[in-house]
Ligand binder design. Structure first.
Ligand SMILES: *Cc1c(COP(=O)(O)O)cnc(C)c1O
Length: 340
């Protein structure tokens, strides 16, 4: 059987057209602000988000970190969901580097319960951390944040003089699925980061956007962290190509994910846990899911086992025909074979 890589949308390889755009990029020293391609990409991100300024950063982690350094900081607290990337997958940089205190608030599948939020916001006191910011993640493991929730969270934040950081690593998946523009989502946060290197299919990079003062500081801290890079127009060219050509096609990833979800739901041995846009989590009540994941991988359907669940992420490397073949494989999968 052919190999299908569904472990993540970060494994995506660059298309020949994207490589061509990278090859042809006009470059310069970006630390001096002289890389025209980077400047063009930053202007595009500014336009798309409706924020005053944008900055190319090396990764989504760095985008989150810069926001935490600027809006959080020593003695200051960030309210976030336990499922969020800054809690689960950034090695504690939130406190280890940004000196910010994470406060976990009630959430369902990574989506904050805004009705419970206010009880976690502290009044001013000489001996308490300051409630400085709220972190929202959209999509969160593929699930789209309802825009009304984002609006409600922003209103709460404003009432308490707090900032909202939007980790929009996969925000374009939410944009194409919901039909809500990026600039609309961006209204309900002070700063936003999105990844170029996931579903959009670039090799490297994220964009961080916010007001002038925020991006001015972000640029300084980026340099401090070793993220001031030179002729990165090659990477920015991939970003421009992706924003122009790879956003709409995310819908295909969503359709493919749905096809696989339906196949999983039709079996007697598997149970869908969460599903949204391009990410599916499922488990099994009757079989060891880690063994099932291992068998899938042995058979060429590469998936991850995370928190006692199988994680499937569709991406640009998976065609509709591939998705159909994967769905057929799942439908005919014999769970007893994991013991063989
Ligand atoms: C992937 C991801 C990040 C981090 O992106 P990197 O570019 O891998 O550092 C941050 N937040 C979320 C929600 C992500 O999925």
């Amino acid at each position: 059987m052919k190999r299908y890589d569904l472990r993540s949308d970060t494994i995506t390889l660059q298309t020949p057209q994207m490589r061509e755009a990278m090859y042809r990029a006009e470059v310069g020293d970006d630390v001096y602000g002289e890389d025209k391609t980077v400047n063009r990409l930053e202007a595009m991100a500014r336009e798309l988000t409706g924020k005053e300024e944008s900055l190319f950063v090396s990764s989504g982690c760095m985008g989150n970190l810069l926001s935490l350094m600027i809006y959080g900081g020593r003695g200051n607290e960030v309210l976030c969901a336990n499922e969020s990337h800054i809690i689960q997958h950034e090695i504690g940089a939130v406190s280890a580097i940004a000196n910010t205190i994470p406060i976990i608030v009630p959430s369902v599948n990574g989506i904050i319960d805004e009705t419970k939020l206010e009880s976690f916001i502290r009044p001013y006191s000489y001996d308490m951390g300051k409630s400085a910011m709220i972190e929202v993640e959209n999509t969160t493991s593929g699930l789209i944040y309802p825009i009304e929730k984002m609006k409600a969270i922003k209103e709460i934040a404003e009432r308490h003089n707090m900032k909202v950081h939007l980790d929009g690593a996969r925000i374009f998946n939410a944009v194409v699925e919901s039909g809500i523009e990026l600039s609309e989502y961006a209204k309900y946060c002070d700063d936003i980061t999105f990844c170029l290197s996931k579903g959009l299919g670039c090799p490297v990079g994220s964009m961080l956007s916010g007001d002038k003062e925020f991006i001015h500081l972000a640029k300084r801290y980026r340099k401090m962290l070793g993220g001031g890079m030179r002729q990165i127009g090659y990477l920015a060219a991939a970003g421009i190509y992706a924003l122009e050509n790879h956003v709409e096609r995310l819908k295909e990833d969503h359709e493919n994910c749905k096809l696989i979800r339906d196949a999983v739901a039709s079996t007697s041995w598997a149970r869908v846990l969460t599903y949204g846009t391009n990410i599916l989590f499922f488990t099994s009540d009757s079989y060891d899911i880690s063994k099932i994941v291992k068998k899938f991988n042995d058979d060429g359907v590469m998936v991850l086992c995370e928190c006692n669940a199988c994680r499937v992420v569709t991406n640009i490397g998976i065609s509709q025909k591939d998705a159909q073949e994967i769905a057929n494989y799942i439908k005919s999968f014999d769970p007893e074979s994991i013991n063989g």
